[in-house]
Design a protein around this ligand. Structure first.
Ligand code: AMP
Length: 421
């Protein structure tokens, strides 16, 4: 019997797990700095939740199954729909805006390739009950700050599907036809876009690219009824410029999901190949209403944690793996029990310190070799002679210097030598 993993899923041995958690922790600290609170939604939902939002064809991309009662369920492919559902059912009476975030695995039945998995982790935020430029700018600023915090470049590309839809609506395109154009745009099928939309204005708009100059031109091109919407967009961009966010306006940008109603944005990382988008989001003002909740404006985004880690590794900025701080060894069986309790005391006296006891009972030389293999910063050696004087030997593994330290002095000694977090 061969024991293999299903296609498209991953194991996380300690190094990979640590990288994942370290990146997530940094993202979370940025989310907290904006006042976002963590939530959790179910791993599986009714299939209808996603069909309501994305149509029946979404089924082909999901892990769908019937439970024992014959109900059609699926593993969640994303969390925005679930958070919107939760808002509509449990949080609608809470003071708005609500600032929520989640870090959870998502499941999509996709063709696995580099950077594209069938189970992958998203760290996402939803700002619910916030409309207008300040809410949009907060979401983009937070995504940009989070990327800075983990050490990645953060050039954000910003589009405005809401504007494109309104423009198309004015040209007589109903929702279904608008979706077709947006999907073609998302896939870069420009010939097909040109075939569907003959308007010169639309075709110039989707070519607009750059900074505030692109918005100036957009304002010139916009029909009167849409000028206020462009003014709002300009305000968002102005707020981002004021916070030194690195951005490019790209009016030809679309995102596959049908629920976006305003700005959309994404961030691509270098060195990842085809699956290089590490962050995607936008405004979705109709989703909560669609689920029977009160019409509530909202904006959100999600990072793909797997891709963030990969981008850091590609860029030579790999997360440092934790090292052993203190490796505790003993010179003989006679002092081993004492060594065990000294290790316990150092551990409880220095919360956060990684203190490893030599479980194998190696001879001192072998123990020191093992200490070095696990990257220990210090080796604490308990010997009979020193113990008679209530002391132990502490070896600095980097400088190879060693000193004898009284047992009562160990806690202050190690607390002054804590590795930075
Ligand atoms: P989306 O929900 O499709 O907007 O995706 C948001 C982010 O999740 C993307 O920018 C990617 O970083 C990540 N992501 C989406 N699909 C996958 C996948 N199959 N494997 C790994 N990461 C993914």
């Amino acid at each position: 019997m061969t024991l293999e993993r299903p296609r498209g899923v991953r194991d996380f041995p300690p190094k990979e797990m640590h990288e994942h958690l370290a990146v997530t922790k940094k993202l979370e600290s940025v989310f907290h700095s904006f006042g976002y609170e963590r939530v959790r939604t179910p791993t599986f939902e009714f299939l209808s939740l996603f069909e309501a939002k994305s149509g029946e064809e979404i089924k082909d991309h999901l892990y769908v199954f019937d439970d024992k009662g014959g109900r059609s369920l699926c593993l969640r492919p994303e969390a925005t729909a679930s958070v919107a559902r939760m808002y509509g059912s449990d949080l609608r009476t809470h003071p708005k805006p609500l600032r929520l975030y989640y870090v959870e695995p998502m499941f999509r039945y996709e063709q696995p390739q580099r950077g594209r998995y069938r189970e992958f982790w998203q760290a996402g935020v939803e700002l619910i009950g916030g409309a207008g430029p300040y809410a949009d700018a907060e979401a983009i600023l937070m995504a940009s700050n989070a990327l800075t915090a983990i050490g990645l470049e953060n050039a954000v590309r910003i589009g405005n599907i809401g504007f494109l839809r309104e423009l198309l609506g004015g040209l007589g395109f109903d929702d279904a036809k608008q979706n077709k154009v947006i999907h073609a745009l998302d896939k870069g099928e420009m010939d097909s876009v040109a075939e569907m939309v003959s308007s010169d204005i639309f075709n110039e708009v989707i070519g607009l690219h750059g900074g505030l100059d692109a918005i100036d031109r957009l304002l010139e091109l916009a029909p009167d009824g849409l000028k206020a919407s462009v003014e709002g967009f300009r305000k968002t961009i102005g707020l981002l410029s004021g916070c030194k966010v690195d951005y490019t306006v790209d009016m030809g940008m679309a995102r596959g999901l049908d629920y976006y109603t305003g700005i959309v944005f994404d961030v691509k990382a270098t060195g990842l190949g085809a699956q290089n988008q590490v962050c995607g989001g936008g405004r979705y003002d109709r989703l909560i209403g669609l689920f029977g909740g009160p019409e509530t404006p909202a904006v959100g985004f999600a990072f793909g944690v797997d891709r963030l880690v990969e981008a850091l590794n590609e860029g030579g900025k790999a997360v440092e793996t934790p090292r052993c701080d203190v490796y505790v060894a003993s010179v003989s069986e006679a002092v081993r029990e004492r060594a065990f309790s000294i290790a316990a005391a150092v551990r409880s006296g220095n919360p956060g310190l990684d203190v490893r006891f030599d479980i194998a009972g190696y001879k001192v030389n072998k123990a020191l070799q093992h200490a070095s293999e696990v990257g220990a910063r210090y080796a604490l050696i308990v010997g009979e002679r020193e113990l008679a004087e209530d002391a132990v030997v502490v070896k600095n593994m980097e400088s190879s210097t060693q000193e004898t330290i009284g047992i009562s002095g160990l806690n202050p000694y190690f607390s002054s030598k804590r590795a930075p977090d």
